[in-house]
Design a protein around this ligand. Structure first.
Ligand code: ACO
Ligand code: V55
Length: 275
């Protein structure tokens, strides 16, 4: 993808990790139509980029993201239905569809402020790690709206009914530690350890068979809302499909290493991909 310059996003690649950095620090990385349009393009390209094994979504400066841009995403398009439609379409395309179906693992690195609309890309990422002192909030109630778009629904996918109701209705903030307790993020670490923790997780993911990893994440998302019988049928078909598309023939290799060579223990480590 080269070193293309964007106005509102920075993309940095290093050792298979691609850092997608929301880059409007002076506006606390509020998501405006320019940022949303650029994110649609960026995620479309990175999905098929061979240099990208793991994607990390984070923010420049003091914020992860202060949510949707109150001026450019709301007030400026209030009386322009076409612009409003386009703005929403771009926002939801990257925050929901492109991120949820991203073919490689995605990690949200919540470095600071995370408000309102920022919960949608957060929940869309496969993993989330926060700075202990990051601040989260569903602030919509404070300014006379509900958490719209996909936000309220997203929250109910990761948090309990009681917690969603409490934070949506009161607008009260919570920190990274609390976010981990609420399961909005996997874990919270001191700010100075945040990047290293994310890199360590990304490096663990890089050791695994990428075809298997992709099928696993797709299976979790797809079966989330299925009935028991649908899930059983889907998973059976998905498992057979994986054997068909995996050029490494990981399953056969792993069975050979475990059953014949007795050279690895599948409960404790990944099979050796290099033979
Ligand atoms: N939309 C548009 N502009 C924003 C947003 C936003 N969501 N958040 C911050 N900004 C802008 C401010 O207007 C200000 O712009 P200016 O310098 O041109 O005046 C600049 O970013 C800095 O903001 P401050 O408030 O001065 O920054 P501070 O560090 O003191 O506070 C905080 C940060 C707490 C994030 C504060 O900016 C804030 O409350 N932002 C709004 C959070 C919010 O309610 N988001 C919307 C949720 S609802 C939804 O997303 C649908
Ligand atoms: C919000 C977010 C949206 C939207 C309307 O409250 C409201 C947040 C991410 O999209 O379209």
């Amino acid at each position: 993808m080269g070193e293309k310059a964007y106005q509102a996003v920075k993309v940095e690649k290093e050792d298979g990790i691609t850092w997608v950095i929301l880059n409007r620090p002076e506006k606390r990385n509020a998501m405006n139509p320019t940022l949303n349009r650029e994110m649609v393009e960026i995620l479309g390209e990175l999905a098929v980029d061979d240099e990208t094994a793991v994607l990390v979504l984070t923010g420049a400066g003091e914020a992860f993201s202060a949510g949707m841009d109150l001026k450019e995403f709301f007030r400026d398009v209030d009386h322009d239905p076409a612009a409003r439609f386009r703005a929403r379409q771009d926002a939801h395309r990257w925050q929901v569809h492109l991120l949820r179906h991203f073919p490689k693992p995605t990690i949200a690195m919540v470095n600071g402020w995370c408000f309102g609309g920022a919960f949608t890309p957060l929940v869309s990422c496969d993993f989330a790690i926060a700075a202990e002192d990051a601040t989260f909030g569903l602030s919509e109630v404070n300014w006379g709206i509900i958490p719209g778009g996909y936000v309220t629904k997203d929250l109910t996918l990761v948090m309990s009914f009681r917690d969603v109701m409490y934070y949506v209705v009161t607008g009260k903030t919570f920190d990274g530690r609390k976010a981990a307790e609420l399961k909005v993020v996997n874990e919270a670490v001191p700010r100075q350890e945040l990047r290293a923790r994310v890199v360590a997780l990304a490096n663990d993911l890089k050791k695994l068979n990428p075809f298997t990893v992709r099928a696993c994440k797709e299976a979790v998302r797809a079966t989330w809302t299925m009935s028991l019988e649908e899930a059983f049928e889907y998973l059976s078909a998905k498992q057979d499909q994986l054997r068909f598309v995996d050029p490494e023939r990981g399953r056969e290799k792993a069975l050979h290493q475990f059953l014949d060579e007795k050279s690895f223990r599948s409960g404790l480590e990944p099979y050796r991909r290099s033979e």
